[in-house]
Write a protein that binds this ligand. Sequence first.
Ligand SMILES: [Zn+2]
Length: 352
Amino acid sequence: MTLTRDDILDWPKAELHCHLDGSLRLDTMIDIAEKEGKMQVLPSDTVEGLKEILREVDNSETLEAYLAWFRYTIPLLQTKEALYRCTYELAEDNAKENVRHLELRYAPILHTEEGLSLEEVNETVLQALKDAERDLDINTGLIICGLRDRYESASMRQAELAAEYRHRGVVAFDLAGGEAGNPPKGHLHAFYHARNHLLNLTVHAGESWGPDSIRQALFYCGAHRIGHGISLQEDPELMQYFADHRIPLEMCPTSNVQTHVVPSLEAHPITTYVKNGVPVTVNTDNRLFSRTSVTDELWSVYQYCDIDAEELREVAINGFRYAFIRRDEKQALLRSVIDDFPLAPSDETPVW
Ligand SMILES: [Zn+2]
């Protein structure tokens, strides 16, 4: 069985790790900058020019250098109109490539620089997702991120916001931002608050720091999923624990090459994880900065990593299996996805 990119484009897919502020359309950036009188924010006033400059993202030496590129997007996401438009367009771009379940994440605190309240920001993004669900064949959930390089009090406020909206579209709490020197356990109270309100938890961990960061995310913070987990391979016993307890990784291969936490796609640990039974999902991280889509990420994994068509099928379906959706809804979604899936499951393939 040999796959083409078009085969993967047709597959029903899920996106579990996608940042709003890293996934804008280039022409929308210019349009918002023009409308809001913010052209000085952008390094070019044409789509082509912007595209060219953003190719430099590939030369980010570290995760922190990669995160610095968000200086071109965050200032453009400070009004209700811009937040609504970019969220809706992102859902549209996902629906176009047959992504049926989208979990979008962002840190509302980054969008309050021009006076919007956290609630106004969050309600705007939730409304855009709700409208996208009404108009398109897509299911959505919102993940609120605390920022690990800020004080815990700021994370706590984001966790409170997540809890406040847990019946209105917010499905989980996350911790994002520069990992080095900012261990997850510095944000324990925020995680406790989110967990005690029965929110799902995911943590960016083991991306640019060792397996100790992953252990903290699991055993101190109570993470249900781990974002990236690149360094998990350095700790074979912990990797076995992930396989035994079915703890999923949200992997974003192109982003990992750009931040230089792996030297190449060929050297990406996703192959090791799949072969060792760790549940893996494949995601974009940032559609704009990584110039990618869910289809292209899965296609890259198929082309450059030692993963065959059947294994890739399981990885794609894992996006639904490990989505933050309540169990009965998940069962229904999984059944419809599996019915639509062109590759048949093997006898030992679990539905869920
Ligand atoms: Zn991320």
